[in-house]
Ligand binder design. Sequence first.
Ligand code: UDP
Length: 338
Amino acid sequence: MRVLVTGGAGYIGSHAVRELINEGHSVTVLDDLSKGHEEAVDPRATLIRGSTANADLLRQRLHADQIEAVMHFAANIEVGESVLDPARYYRNNFVNTLTLLEAMVSAGVKRLVFSSTAAVYGNPEERPIDELHRSHPINPYGRTKMMAELAIEDFCHAYGMSATILRYFNVAGASSDATIGEDHEPESHLIPRILRAARDDSEVKIFGTDYDTADGTCIRDYVHVVDLAQAHVLALGQLREGACQVYNIGSENGFSVREVIAACQRVVGKKLKVIEDLRRPGDPSVLVASSRRIREDLGWRARYPEIRTIVQHAWHWHSTHPLGYRGKIDLVPQENSY
Ligand code: UDP
């Protein structure tokens, strides 16, 4: 299929682009490079620098590249920032999704895979969380993604579009060859922050040690970015005509912050300096997915279900790319180098 991938220069989008091309699809990436990295885009894809706010550009690319399906990753993803600057989030995550949907209708492109989040559930009332769990997001980020989901559902019913919405839990890891990986600035996610601390010999902060969990720290469900990327390709191949399907993606295993730090210490082979800090506002204590629906409906299986492998791949990326895409170092000593 000819696929337009918005946000294909970002962390998850770039892994999806690679998986799509490996499966024989041809890909046009649309990315404004505000957060994404040109170097992350597979050289076999066509990269267009532009925004999903640009309706003319969208229509033009959908026609010119004879696009048959869209994967929509382009979004702002920081919960804290969404509280401080909701306008940016409502515009980029909701209004621009609407612009994209309208461009798709006008160009007759009817297939969509959409990047959503467990943040649409808000504070979980049940564990694990399945797709029937009440959607009650507690921050603007989650609300803008929920609004985009609702628009997509209505577009499917009204205009015969077929869509799959994937609600991600905690995504981590990097490609197994460490050529693409996570490079956010600022970085707020736990695993890359621990690995950066390991690399720079700085401190890891635990945000809250008084949660209602066995060791007092928050529990999350970590899924490997390559497994998530493959779920997108699988979803694309199994869209149901005129239907809007929703799937959680997680490993269905919960790890506490302390357990993740321990897993990282084992991988990097050293003890880290850990500081117990205050709770981060808005963090639910436990978020664990039920991914049963995507396993049963689409036959999705995680290739890298172990936290150890997720951390190993992330460490390979971070230790060889101390400056992210701005600089790679070769850790293998060269012969005759001294
Ligand atoms: N966390 C932490 N220290 C950090 C970063 C995160 O203790 O430096 C905690 C955070 O409070 C949450 C968990 O790790 O309980 C996962 O946070 P992350 O930002 O990776 O993902 P989220 O679940 O918020 O999407």
